[in-house]
Design a protein around this ligand. Structure first.
Ligand SMILES: [Zn+2]
Length: 595
């Protein structure tokens, strides 16, 4: 059976021209060799897997080749080349400074340097990871590095140039290796695949190249891994499954959902990704990277900088053309914030979901940006007195709401205008109380301190007469005492059916107060406040009935000093959840379900 050799070794470049992605550098080296202008020390800098050691070996072989080809490559046929290729050459010495970094190791090396080459012109010393040498080893080495025997060439290689002391740097010719671009890798992998008799989709090779992050050696290792499981046919699908790579199509779908302000769709994509076993942190960073690619793709000048195949670039450019730069900046900011908060977050899934919700709302013309309603008491306008026009009760259900604006939103996620909600001024409170189903959809507010529930008769207009059919309800608001109102409030709360136990318990925690001739209920909890707002008509009707006072009204003041939950920051939501332990309430409000 033929011995299996990993591709990274099997396809290790043997000539300068086969080194991937370092064309300028290799041609400079070839020129130096051809013209005989050799330095005695070189420093090869660059990240791992970019070909530093390969180039050093090719360099060592080529300067000793007795029969170089016209284009300056080693012949691979002379005695010296054959010795190099079989690994038997005495004229190349490799030292790994990571494991041989002491003074003694360096002294041994210095002793070897004095030995002249056998059957060749030069001896080449390759010191890998040279930044790992101890300071003492560096000092021991300096003298030799400066004045080596004429037959010695040093090639120092490092991934961390900044750790090399200046006295070494100044004695070397420095070559900076590029990171290998994705397209260079893809074409090299294509050649390797062809040589191995494997068919490979370019998209699959692109995924492999991106995974390798600039290192050819890694790309070849990943290629071997994928090839081993794909039986001679590397497809995009098999590659993303094998490497557990997130298909970029998910991100494209996600951004489509953002553009459509479709929060459920965005959350659905996220949960699909989670179900496939992807980590949420990985996901949010991938989303950030995709948004960054979109930003680059939105301008023809920066589109060229994207190291991607042309078809992928075009897809990105198409999606980017539908987006405003502001959206991309804000969305990237949210991803970045989520990334930073991820480690400390106690509910990471929620953190990511909130980020998605916030991004999906970026395209909303949010009232937050109107500059209204924040940080001040929102003035409340008296309700129009249309209910008083008909003194006799009619057959129409008394559900008139003093509202003036837009139709009900289809979903609580949908954009709502800033609006003040007021309970109806009933013509027939008893009927109203018996008809809680007529409670209108709630209106949310954006003010930090809100008042809800002022209507009708406190605007200076004369009191209207009580409706004839409600002859027993003869009290005017002026006759009410604090005790009466509190008692009616409590009685009403206690009269609520079991299905409304939550509302009941919240009502019982609140105490109506009389402030400047207005009845006020203060809540410091926006969640409770929202619930009370939703039930405002029901509450008003029930209390009116018990007070025998059809003109009783109250205001709900929210003293949370902050925005409604819909506009909370991630941090605030988490704080709230930690304090109140009401995850489910929040999810219900957001019309989400815990998964
Ligand atoms: Zn040769």
């Amino acid at each position: 059976m033929e011995q299996y050799i990993v591709s990274a070794r099997k396809y290790r470049p043997a000539t300068f021209s086969s080194v991937v992605g370092q064309d300028a550098l290799t041609s400079t080296l070839k020129n130096a060799i051809a013209t005989g202008r050799l330095a005695h020390a070189y420093l090869f800098c660059g990240s791992r897997g970019v070909g530093k050691t390969s180039c050093a070996r090719i360099f060592a072989k080529t300067i000793n080749c007795t029969n170089r080809t016209p284009d300056g490559e080693a012949c691979n046929e002379c005695d010296s080349c054959r010795a190099f290729n079989s690994g038997a050459s005495m004229n190349i010495v490799e030292l790994d400074a990571a494991s041989n970094n002491g003074v003694d190791d360096m002294r041994q090396l210095i002793d070897q340097v004095q030995v002249p080459p056998t059957q060749a012109k030069y001896r080449v010393f390759i010191i890998d990871e040279v930044h790992m040498l101890s300071a003492a080893a560096f000092n021991a080495f300096l003298k030799t590095l400066e004045e080596p025997p004429r037959f010695v060439v040093f090639i120092l290689a490092t991934t961390e140039k900044h750790k090399i002391i200046p006295t070494i740097l100044s004695r070397c010719q420095i070559y900076d290796f590029n990171r290998i671009t994705v397209s260079d890798m893809v074409s090299h992998l294509g050649r390797v695949a062809a040589a191995e008799g494997i068919t490979a989709e370019p998209a699959a090779l692109n995924v492999i190249a991106r995974q390798a992050d600039g290192a050819m050696r890694d790309a070849l290792s990943i290629f071997d891994q994928v090839a081993a499981s794909s039986r001679g046919n590397i497809t995009y699908q098999s590659t993303i499954e094998n490497l557990n790579v997130l298909d970029s199509a998910y991100y494209v779908r996600l951004v489509d959902a953002f553009t459509a302000q479709d929060i459920p769709a965005a959350l659905t994509v996220f949960h699909e990704i989670r179900r496939k076993g992807f980590d949420s942190h990985f996901f949010i960073n991938g989303l950030g990277a995709h948004l960054r690619d979109l930003m680059m793709a939105s301008n023809p000048a920066t589109l060229q900088l994207l190291d991607l195949p042309d078809d992928v670039r075009q897809t990105l450019a198409q999606q980017a053309s539908k987006l405003k730069p502001e959206f991309l900046y804000d969305a990237m900011g949210i991803c970045n914030e989520t990334d930073l908060n991820y480690r400390t977050s106690s509910n990471k899934q929620l953190l990511v979901e909130l980020a998605l919700i916030r991004i999906a709302q970026l395209l909303n013309p949010s009232p937050r940006k109107s500059g209204q309603g924040e940080g001040s008491l929102k003035p409340i306008q008296p309700a129009p007195a249309k209910a008083t026009a008909a003194p006799a009760p009619s057959s129409a259900a008394p559900t008139g709401i003093a509202q003036t604006s837009s139709p009900s939103p289809a979903s609580p996620m949908a954009q709502e205008p800033a609006q003040t909600y007021r309970p109806a001024q009933p013509q027939h409170p008893v009927t109203n109380a018996a008809d809680p189903g007529a409670v209108p959809p709630p209106r949310r507010k954006e003010a930090t301190v809100l008042r809800v529930g002022v209507t009708g008769n406190d605007t200076g207009r004369p009191q209207r007469p009580a409706p004839a059919s409600a002859a027993t309800m003869t009290r005017t608001p002026a006759e009410l005492t604090v005790e009466m109102v509190r008692q009616a409030w409590t009685e009403f709360a206690n009269s609520l059916p079991a299905a409304q136990n939550v509302l009941k318990s919240e009502l019982l925690k609140l105490t109506p107060e009389k402030v400047n001739d207005r009845w006020t209920v203060v809540s410091d909890n926006t969640v409770v406040a929202t619930m009370l707002t939703q039930s405002a008509d029901l509450i008003a009707a029930g209390v009116r009935q018990r007070l025998s006072c059809p003109d009783f009204n109250y205001e709900l003041e929210i003293h949370e000093g902050e925005l409604p939950p819909r506009y909370w920051s991630q941090q605030r939501v988490l704080e709230h959840l930690l304090e109140k332990d009401s995850f489910r309430d929040f999810y219900n409000k957001m019309k989400l379900s815990l998964i």
